[in-house]
Design a protein around this ligand. Structure first.
Ligand code: G6P
Length: 369
């Protein structure tokens, strides 16, 4: 294994660091083409997309959080009503079928049983517009889908998904931009701006990876705690969820994520000096709101660990630690902010001495119910 790992201690660490390459590979066709084209999703995609009036995303685990993030892009950029549902819930629920709805399954492995069964369930209800976003060629879920986009993260070995997640996000962003263009909501100038954002993303992710030494220091404040809270707002709320999931999966520290505006409706009661609070706080329209949520935490003695971006304008103070992701990447910001929460979970787990690549009780691909 040491040969395969190169300079890294675990597959998870290696896979975190492979993200610039994984993103570059996944984006290759879009960047080469310099446009968003339905053909990326299959020969049939242009005609299928024309029929679509709304979207339902079905997935599990980290892939579900990629779906939650995509909802923001699909609604705000493409104007398509989007719902996102846990596959194991949808498959047993009596739902209202809509044959014009695009069913998107997201799965790294393409073999997750609940996601596969959710897809079959949708088809049994007459929903035949199906698209799989998947990392493993020719696996079960893409084989059962009409359209496919393969992410090109490469083999992912660590049980906790990292590079698959960020490549799913670029695939889903691309889908939103492609729909927007087809629906006449994306002019040529905005299309170029998005493609430029995508082109610069791998470089910005590399900058975020360079924060590892600082994040390793922060991890010391987590490894001896029993609980942690992650806060985000808007399209960064799913990234808070993913950060909390990563931390609990590999370090066994109980972590929860909340949209920061909900703090006062419950979790604030738990905040004290023993519960570190991670805040994802890029400079977007919600930043001022997030800042006031942070004051509510500080007032209860909670220690804040803030991931901000270049122009968020935060200063460190007593109980408020700030790490700045060095670049602002616009609407792709959730992708950039994923990197520090992955690294935080990894280093907290290292300090605890858990089995990072094979956490207890978990499997890479869950092919049973
Ligand atoms: C398991 C893995 C997770 C993964 C989830 C969904 O729980 O441990 O890392 O996110 O399955 O897997 P999929 O292959 O469908 O994305």
């Amino acid at each position: 294994a040491s040969l395969e790992l190169g300079p890294y201690s675990h597959f998870m660490q290696k896979e975190i660091h492979e993200q610039p390459r994984a993103l570059t590979d996944t984006l290759e066709a879009i960047i080469d083409d310099n446009s968003f084209s339905p053909a990326l999703f299959g020969a049939d995609a242009e005609s299928v997309f024309k029929e679509v009036d709304s979207i339902l995303i079905l997935a599990a685990g980290t892939s579900y959080y990629a779906g939650l993030t995509a909802k923001y892009w699909l609604e705000s950029i493409a104007g398509l009503p989007t719902s996102v549902e846990i596959a194991s819930e949808y498959r047993y629920r009596k739902s209202v079928a809509n044959p014009k709805q695009l069913i998107i399954t997201i799965s790294q492995s393409g073999e997750t049983l609940d996601t596969m069964e959710a897809l079959k369930h949708a088809k049994s209800l007459g929903q035949h517009l199906t698209l799989a976003i998947c990392n493993v060629q020719e696996s079960a879920i893409p084989r059962a889908s009409r359209l496919v986009l393969y992410t090109r993260a490469g083999a992912e070995i660590g049980v906790a998904s990292t590079k698959a997640f960020t490549t799913q996000l670029v695939a889903l962003f691309t889908l939103a931009a492609t729909f927007a263009k087809q629906r006449g909501l994306l002019d040529a100038e905005q299309e170029q701006a998005y493609i430029d954002n995508l082109r610069h993303l791998p470089g910005s992710v590399q900058y975020a990876l360079n924060l590892e030494p600082q994040i390793r220091e922060w991890a010391k404040a987590f490894s001896n705690k029993f609980h942690a809270l992650f806060l985000g707002r808007g399209m960064h709320y799913p990234i808070a969820l993913e950060g909390a999931l990563k931390l609990k999966e590999i370090s066994y520290i109980h972590a929860e994520a909340y949209p920061a505006g909900e703090l006062k409706h419950g979790p604030l009661a738990l905040v004290d000096k023993n519960m570190p609070v991670v805040v994802i706080a890029p400079n977007d329209a919600l930043l001022e709101k997030v800042k006031s949520n942070m004051q509510e935490v500080r007032a209860r003695g909670g220690e804040l660990f803030v991931f901000a971006d270049a122009d968020s304008n935060f200063t460190e103070s007593e109980g408020v630690h700030v790490i700045r992701t060095p670049r602002h990447v616009g609407v792709l910001s959730p992708i950039l902010h994923t990197i520090p929460v992955q690294l935080l979970a990894y280093h907290a787990a290292l300090l605890k001495g858990t089995d990072v690549d094979k956490p207890r009780n978990l499997a890479k691909s869950v092919t049973v119910e």
